[in-house]
Design a protein around this ligand. Structure first.
Ligand code: DGL
Length: 280
């Protein structure tokens, strides 16, 4: 099946990049929404985490990650990493003609639909929260109160598989507490890793706070784009397992720890490949 993207005939191939393994939460949602669209994943495990790095460095990494995916045949890019999406989206849009999706804008659209009182909490890495991107994007569209809280301890806890530990619950509670005091009504999970802690976060937030999972929102947005704009009629038919076999997963480092963390993030067997980026 061929389609026209930016004037050329091609089959849609989604390239997803992340600072490491966390973007596999976005892959899961993309496979649920559009299982038969081929996907190429790049996780920059050699240079992870991005969330503690400067904007300049994250932009450089994001540029190299995107070039790699395009060189492998991707023609639609999804920035799964919130830290990269926060600081590098406009630069990538200026550099490349292909459609580029990120995890922030779809979540903002969803919160405008969900929030009743316009009091929004955002949790994410330091890079994402310090960028102020959510506040900027929300304020463009509504006069809401936006409160961001960096949660740097959650990424290592998730990667260690401490999803249900007492210590993790205590730390989540500590991070959510100031947001509850500010009476938020909607909370954005502004990091690739946080969907893995969704139940714990939802329990600590309480029933009155609605949770937005950007991995789901971006998957729906990409699906709608492929269905509507590109004009593909039905990309949802197909066998999930077969398609996961066809998809490609690249990582810039692939030691035993990374392989173990990959297993925690994705519930299907994948065949990860190590690759050294040469786009400096
Ligand atoms: N993928 C990153 C994000 O969503 C989290 C891990 C990191 O700091 O690199 O911000």
């Amino acid at each position: 099946m061929s389609v026209t993207i930016d004037g050329y005939e091609s089959i849609p191939v989604i390239g997803v990049f992340d600072s490491g393994v966390g973007g596999l939460t976005v892959v899961k949602e993309l496979k649920r929404a559009i299982p038969t669209v081929p996907l190429i994943y790049f996780g920059d495990t050699a240079r992870t985490p991005y969330g503690t790095k400067s904007q300049e460095t994250i932009k450089r990494f994001a540029l190299e990650d995107t070039k790699f995916l395009l060189s492998k045949g991707a023609n639609i890019i999804v920035i799964a990493c919130h830290s990269a999406a926060s600081v590098a989206t406009s630069m990538l849009n200026e550099r490349f003609d292909c459609p580029i999706f990120e995890v922030i804008t779809p979540s903002v659209s969803q919160l405008l639909r969900l929030s009743r009182r316009g009091r929004i909490g955002v949790i994410g890495t330091r890079a994402t929260i310090e960028s102020g991107v959510y506040e900027r994007e929300i304020k463009k569209r509504a006069d809401y109160v936006v409160i961001g809280v960096p949660c740097p301890l959650l990424v290592p806890l998730v990667e260690e598989g401490w999803l249900k530990r007492r210590e993790t619950k205590m730390i989540v509670k500590k991070y959510i507490h100031p947001l509850k005091l500010k009476n938020i009504d909607t909370l954005i999970l502004g990091c690739t890793h946080y969907p893995m802690l969704k139940d714990v976060i939802a329990r600590k937030a309480g029933k009155r706070i609605k949770i937005i999972d950007p991995s789901k929102e971006v998957a729906i947005t990409v699906r709608d784009f492929i269905f509507n704009k590109i004009g593909v009629e039905d990309y949802s038919i197909g066998d999930y397992m077969d398609d996961m076999d066809r998809d490609k997963f690249y990582f810039s480092d692939l030691g035993s720890v990374t392989k173990e963390v990959i297993r925690r993030f994705i519930d299907r067997p994948i065949d990860p490949k190590k690759v050294v980026l040469r786009y400096n």
